[in-house]
Design a protein around this ligand. Structure first.
Ligand code: FES
Length: 169
């Protein structure tokens, strides 16, 4: 199992504290993995790579097992989903290339935070792990279409295209 880093950024330390609080509430039995992840998702709006690692560490199981549940759960859906999904990669290459700035532009354009769905039910915005566009970061998936080399202007175009394609149910 990959050891956790010795020093953590404040944001990451906050995440570790959140996981520890949930483990204190649920216990560390393997059977608590899913409820623990559900609460973590509700609390944080996402389950990051670090969260996967910390949960695995605290429950004494392999990160791949945790990741498997997270992936399965994402496809099941974790709340109201929009008619369209925008998934912004937050794995290393994309973060280094400015994924957080892209997230800010997306949040402004859609007027929702990452992890939420627009009030009209059109778009859900969420983080994703690597989507295979590492050569052109930052990158996102808009429904099934991948976009790389994102700039604020490009992001605005993508959001406009998604909105234009939307047919309210
Ligand atoms: S790291 Fe973002 S697409 Fe691979």
């Amino acid at each position: 199992m990959t050891p956790l880093p010795d020093t953590l950024a404040a944001e990451d330390a906050d995440l570790v504290s959140a996981v520890d609080a949930l483990v204190a509430r649920h216990g560390s039995a393997r059977g608590e993995l899913l409820p623990l992840l559900q609460d973590l998702l509700a609390d944080r709006g996402e389950i990051s790579d670090l969260a996967v690692q910390v949960v695995a560490d605290r429950l004494g199981i392999a990160p791949t097992e945790v990741q498997g549940v997270v992936t399965f759960y994402k496809f099941l859906g974790t709340g109201p989903r929009g008619r369209h999904m925008i998934r912004l990669c937050h794995t290393l290459s994309c973060v280094m290339a400015g994924a957080r700035d892209v997230a800010t532009t997306l949040e402004t354009e859609l007027a929702i935070p990452v992890g939420a769905t627009t009030p009209d039910g059109a778009v859900t915005l969420e983080w994703a792990n690597c989507i295979g566009m590492c050569a052109t970061p930052p990158a996102l998936l808009a429904d099934a279409e991948a976009f790389g080399d994102l700039t604020p202007e490009r992001v605005r175009e993508i959001v406009a295209a998604v909105r234009a394609a939307d047919v309210p149910g």
